[in-house]
Every structure is written in C-alpha cells, then in structure tokens.
Design a protein around this ligand. Structure first.
Ligand code: AMP
Ligand code: MG
Length: 405
C-alpha cells in the first residue's frame, strides 16, 4: 500500500481521521485524578446554579414596592454569605445584605450600599433603581439537568472548578492512550555514553518524551534500535503487542539503511506519504496488528514538526477528543522569509508584542531541518502555504502559537 504521490497536511489529517476510531475503555476518576484526562461522557448539572436567590452586591435587600415610596426604611437585621437572615421582610423594612447572601422572603431587589444614606437603623435610597436589580436568580448560570461539559472535553483547571461547583466528585474519563516509541539509526548514541566518531546523540527520543508527556499519554520508551532488519522487526512486534500507537523516528526515507520502510511494509498495512510540508516530507502512517503506526522522519526539526502537525491531532482523536483545527493568527512578519513554491513551510518564528500591544513575528534564522535550537527559540510556526514564494519583510503571515497547537 505504498503511495508515491505528494499529499497536503490537510489531506493527511483527513485520511487519518477517516481511518482512526477513538480507543474504548472508560475509567471513573476522582476530580484530582481527572486533571488533563478526556471526559468520556457528557456531564449534566445535578443542581441549579445559583441554588437560591442571592445578592450580587454588598448593600440592602428590599421589596421593590418600597422603591415607589419616598420613605425611610428600617434595617431589621443582616444576611451574610452562608448566614441567612431568619425571618421575613415586611413593607417599609430593609435588610443589610452581603454579596452571595440569601435574599430573605419578602425581598426581591438589592440596592448597592453606595446608593443608600444610612442613619442609625434608618436608610434612604438615592436615585432611580429597577425592581429585581442586583439579584442573582435560581439557575441563571446553570439550570439543573443542562449539559455543562461535552464528551471529548479535556479537563483543565476551569473544568475541575466547574465540576466541583456542582458537587461532582467523580467523572468518567477515557483510559490513557498507550504509546510506544523508539528511535532508529546506527549513528545514534544515548545520553550518558561517550560519542564515537560519526555518532550523534539521540535527541528525538527526548523531544518525543516531552511531547508525549505534555499530552498525558502512557509512554513506553523503547530506546534506540539499530539499523538492522531483524532488530527492527522484533522491536515493531514488541511495540505493537503492548501499545495502541507505535511511533518511530528515522529510517522512513529511501536510504540504504532505511529498514523501517522495508520491514514495516512486510509486517503491516502502511502508507508512506510524501507530505507537502517542509520540514518533514516523508511520513509513514498505517497499522501494525491492532496498533496505529506513525513513522516520523529522522531530522529533529522534521520529527517535531510532523508530530505537531499530524501526530498530535491524531493522538487527540484516538484519545476521544473532539477534532479541532489549530488556532492561526494573521500577523505582520518583520523579517524577510525565503521559500520556494511547492510545499507548505512550517518555519520557526518568534511571536512578540510591542509596547502598543501590536503583534509581530520574526524568523528564528537558519531553517535547516537539523537546527533543533530553532524549535527552542521559537514560540510559533510561521505557516506559509504551498504556492507561496519568498515573503518580504512587513508582509502579513499566518502563525500557529506552540502552546495552543
Ligand atoms: P533518517 O530519517 O534515518 O534518514 O535520518 C535523517 C537525519 O536525521 C540523519 O541526519 C540522522 O542522523 C538524523 N537523525 C535520525 N534519528 C535521529 C535521532 N533520534 N536524533 C537525532 N537525529 C536523528
Ligand atoms: Mg536513519
């Protein structure tokens, strides 16, 4: 199933989305352990929020009938948040009330304290006020039974707070995705070992470790596998038997030692795609037994760029998250950018804001696919479409900020 045609990033994503289904497997988790997990079922509110009529201001609770009378009102007591007033408000009376405190029976309006003149236990209201002002009604934030979180939502800080506000202590989340990975290449030396002539340190292993940690998947790191047909075959079989997803780096081009391509062609159903993106042209995608396989290119920037653009949305889809296009911002580019038409560029950029709050982006400089420091300097990709040529300084470009990808 080898295809030799070039496809766009969008087309690759569309094919992957069509081919992959979210993993099954649901776990009940306490809120704290549900942080950064994917919600498996929609959550409906068991409560009205607010659950009782309460004040939105520090002031005086009155009956709106008292608004029409230019009379002094007698303050008969107070209501604090958590300490309601035990009694009923009669015409001509007011209650000192604090934000969040329950309105007593007979009251329907709160006058903020700045609009009241008080002498002893008498108040007079200044100015015009509307009946029902400064009162939070039952269910005005969330009505009991309403869906507050959809399935597929990642549970972040706001979601934990929201669930807690409803008294929900446990939720159903998808089980974690299990991802096995290994690097391939005879030139690769592991950190902690002395470098021999012609060797380089295996950086993809650690970049991938970081990317997968950030995603919160269960990661099985299988280290470096030599460019040896038998060793690679064994590694693939081991990985596919324990993981939902197998990710490798290197060996997917057409060099003499690119055994990944050869081996996996024999073992699974895999497409070798030439993606119209730079960096990162070769990418393998397919199945190895029950596992999904991604073969990333070996060049460090290419492997990170293809991870962000293609693997990350695919993993999100597999772990049950709703499909979402990355956020793109149109900003002015302060540097000239070199590009030849034909494939989309994902150049590394630094997005910054000037004193006036205006955003602009500049290039990190050398854009070679081996310049890993560019990924560290950058905080965004500058995405230049297939057909674009060089960009002059001052032109508008599309950027994708890293943390939001
Ligand atoms: P390959 O895709 O195997 O042909 O590798 C392309 C380039 O990426 C070569 O220069 C490799 O040395 C380099 N490379 C491959 N794997 C890694 C890795 N794990 N860490 C750093 N560089 C790598
Ligand atoms: Mg290699």
């Amino acid at each position: 199933m080898t295809s030799n045609t070039f496809i766009s990033v969008a087309e690759a994503l569309q094919r992957i989305r069509g081919a992959l289904q979210a993993i099954s497997g649901i776990e009940r988790r306490h809120l704290r352990d549900a942080w950064h997990r994917v919600l498996a079922e929609p959550v409906s509110s068991p409560l009205n929020v607010p659950g009782y009529v309460n004040s939105a201001m520090d002031g005086y609770a009155i009956n709106s009938a008292s608004l029409r009378q230019d009379q002094a009102l007698t303050v008969i007591g107070q209501a604090l948040a958590g300490i309601p007033f035990d009694g009923q408000l009669q015409p001509g009376q007011a209650l000192r009330i604090m934000t969040g405190a329950m309105l007593p029976e007979g009251a329907d309006t709160v006058i903020m304290q700045e609009d009241v003149q008080r002498e002893g236990d008498q108040i007079r209201i200044q100015g015009q006020h509307q009946a029902g002002a400064n009162v939070r009604q039952i269910g005005e934030d969330i009505a009991a039974g309403a869906v507050v979180l959809a399935a597929g939502k990642i549970l972040g800080a706001a979601e934990l707070g929201l669930l807690a506000s409803l008294g929900i202590a446990e939720v159903s989340v998808r089980r974690r995705l299990r991802v096995a990975s290994f690097s391939t290449g005879d030139e690769l030396c592991s950190i902690g070992q002395p470098l021999q002539a012609g060797q380089i340190y295996d950086s993809n292993r650690y970049a991938l470790y970081g990317l997968l940690r950030e995603m919160g998947v269960e990661h099985i790191d299988m280290g470096v596998i030599r460019d040896d047909r038998q060793a690679i075959r064994q590694a693939f079989q081991d990985a596919a038997s324990i993981a939902d997803v197998v990710i490798t780096s290197g060996g997917v081009s057409v060099g003499d030692a690119d055994f990944v391509k050869q081996t996996i062609d024999e073992l699974g159903q895999v497409d070798f795609w030439k993606i119209r993106m730079k960096p990162g042209k070769p990418l393998a995608f397919g199945r190895l037994g029950n596992a999904v396989f991604f073969g990333l290119p070996g060049n460090p920037v290419s492997s990170m760029a293809t991870f962000y653009q293609i693997v990350l949305p695919s993993l999100r889809h597999l772990q049950g998250q709703a499909w979402q296009a990355p956020l793109g911002l149109l900003v002015r580019c302060s540097t000239a950018l070199k590009k030849s038409p034909g494939r989309a560029d994902y150049q590394r950029g630094i997005l910054e804001m000037d004193a006036q709050g205006e955003l602009s982006v500049r290039s990190t400089g050398h854009q070679g696919s081996h310049i890993l420091s560019s990924m560290s300097q950058a905080n965004c990709f500058i995405v230049l479409p297939d057909e674009a040529g060089n960009t002059a300084a001052g032109e508008m470009v599309m950027v994708q900020p890293f943390p939001l990808l």
